[in-house]
Design a protein around this ligand. Sequence first.
Ligand code: GLV
Length: 313
Amino acid sequence: MTGRIPEPALGLLREAGQVWAWDGDDPVPIDVRDAQLADADGVVTLLSDRVDDGFLDAAPRARIVANVAVGYNNIDVAACTAREVRVSNTPGVLTDATADLTMGLLIAATRRLGEGERLIRSGTPWKWGMFMMLGTGLQGRRLGIVGMGGIGTAVASRARAFGMEIVYHNRTAVASDIEQLLEARRLPLDELLATSDVVSLHCPYSDETHHLIDAAALATMRRSAYLVNTARGPIVDEAALVDALDDGRIAGAALDVFENEPDVHPGLVDLDNVVLAPHLGSATTETRTAMAELAARNVIALLRGDEPPTPVN
Ligand code: GLV
């Protein structure tokens, strides 16, 4: 294990075999990691690990890389497949936590909660005012969901409870009973961007989605619109977003992920109309425990000769 994971998952792995886990707060030093990888039959990785040919060269016995995340853009899956190394991720168990955080960010941005917090903490005198810090309500507004998988759908059902209208962009249409339940309509991306009051990103990050939201895409959004990103940072061109927010070309943004994580574009930090969170989408005790247990179950299944429960390749 390249990092610490919750104890119940560690317990499962200890029952099944011999375990080594890096216990430091900083990333594991490469020489320490490689010395352990040399004998590893399976590896549990975090989204901050880059699993590439160099990593795999150091792990010649490894038969599975179990990522403790639903996103696996940190793993070169083709390189793993070429070496007959299985890859697994943790879909499903983090859907609700991530959808909840998305709604929290959406409300924080549209109701200016970050600004309000900063005002009070700064000690600036204030009093209730009819026109003070007015935001935007959600009822009757259109939410455009880019990537209508498990998390996108869970966000849509929460947003319906807030009275929002749902449109989505996805390679394939979602099942018609879900479309009906959510009264959701599938739209081309440009139409979704041009007509949504809030755009929320839930697609995986890949070459195809790199800078999907660039200057041109931002220019098609409404001036009153908000962008929420709880997916992966590089789906958005962060410099273009800073320009758009700075010029008032969109109203605001809420970001849980960043292009060069953990670095945050300095332009974002200076702006009042953006809410910033440090990649907390799945960060509840229950969810992180469930994610780690699922990763452990993938390793154990594969090494026992069974099919892993949530394989990627
Ligand atoms: C978190 O970002 C995940 O992909 O699980």
